[in-house]
Ligand binder design. Structure first.
Ligand code: MLT
Length: 322
């Protein structure tokens, strides 16, 4: 019996090792917790296209939306830990949501980090006919229209939402939050004047700003964006300290074999080193982390540090889910 069990364990290990050796043997799915056409979707598609070359298998993008990204993240955490389902997300989906939703899973313990992929500040943008030429005038206008101005978001807990709440609390004016399933569709409504403004990921608004279809006021950083040096920082524009850096990463379900995580991490690094991919991401305002920050451990450490930073603020009501 002992020999039989030993043989069985060896066979299973053989299969496991064989599985990891032959990984990937079929298409891999990246679950995007927001709608197509938005910043997280664009990042997943740009990376996925290049990861396909390294991994030799198709990368399928599945948009599973709702509840500020928690629906898509919940779908990913329940997937088999076999490397065929990846969760892409960011500060909102993999940190903030853990402080405001009664999640049935742990965003840190139930996922294995794979790689940090990019980050960008938020950009305060309005429809063109808002009567304000700079941030100070915009804040005055928002105060005059207290509780009336409409702010597009990707749902409670999303980057655009908690940044919008943070902005509202810093300037002392209330907004009407208009939730979408992603800032992709929210941006379309901003361009057509259906909503007044978004505190949006710079990478999402950049093209429309460059086309003059919407108006930028400031970015939530202390450094200007190389891709848009003409746009001031919040510190320069009159709201010092309103800093939000929205970083994105890739995770897999807990229990995914380390060597499979290694292969996925290598494919993402290849993509982030690819000049065409870098050009595309950087032109949209995204900053690509340094090589040493592209490890699974670096993402894990950063996520935990951000939990330590943001959860107390959120739980203390400094950033409330309204
Ligand atoms: C999106 O892809 O729609 C965004 O990441 C949403 C957000 O967090 O604002």
């Amino acid at each position: 019996m002992k020999q039989l069990i030993a043989a069985l364990v060896a066979a299973l290990a053989g299969i496991g090792i064989a599985g990891a050796d032959t990984y990937p043997s079929r298409s891999i799915t990246i679950i995007v917790p927001f709608s197509a056409g938005g910043p997280t979707d664009a990042l997943a598609r740009t990376l996925g296209d290049r990861m396909r070359q390294t991994l030799g298998q198709p990368i399928v993008i599945e948009n599973v939306t709702g509840a500020g990204g928690t629906i898509g993240v919940a779908r990913a955490v329940q997937a088999a830990p076999d490397g065929y389902t990846l969760s892409i997300g960011h500060l909102g989906t993999h940190v903030v949501n853990g402080a405001i939703y009664p999640l049935t899973f742990d965003l840190v313990k139930d996922f294995e980090p794979v790689a940090m992929i990019a980050s960008n500040p938020m950009m305060i943008v309005t429809k063109n006919d808002v009567p304000a030429k700079n941030l100070k005038e915009l804040i005055a206008w928002l105060k005059t229209n207290d509780g009336k101005a409409t702010a597009g978001t990707a749902g409670v807990g999303s980057g655009s939402h908690f940044s919008g709440v943070y902005f509202s609390q810093l300037i002392g004016a209330k907004f009407q939050f208009v939730p979408y399933r992603g800032t992709g569709p929210a941006l379309l409504d901003l361009v057509s004047g259906q909503i007044d403004f978004i505190v949006d990921q710079a990478s999402n608004s950049m093209a429309q700003v460059k086309a003059g279809k919407i108006r930028p006021y400031a970015i939530t950083s202390d450094k200007r964006l190389p891709a848009a040096p003409e746009i001031p920082t919040v510190d320069e524009a009159g709201l010092p300290g309103f800093h939000v850096e929205l970083w994105s990463g890739v995770w897999v379900p807990k229990g995914t074999p380390k060597d499979i995580i290694g292969k996925l991490n290598a494919a993402i690094r290849d993509a982030l080193a690819d000049p065409a991919v870098r050009k595309r991401l950087e032109e949209s305002g995204l900053d690509i982390p340094a090589r040493e920050k592209q490890t699974p451990e670096a993402l894990g450490a950063h996520q935990q540090a951000e939990v330590k930073k943001w959860w107390p603020m959120i739980k203390a009501g400094q950033v409330r889910a309204e």
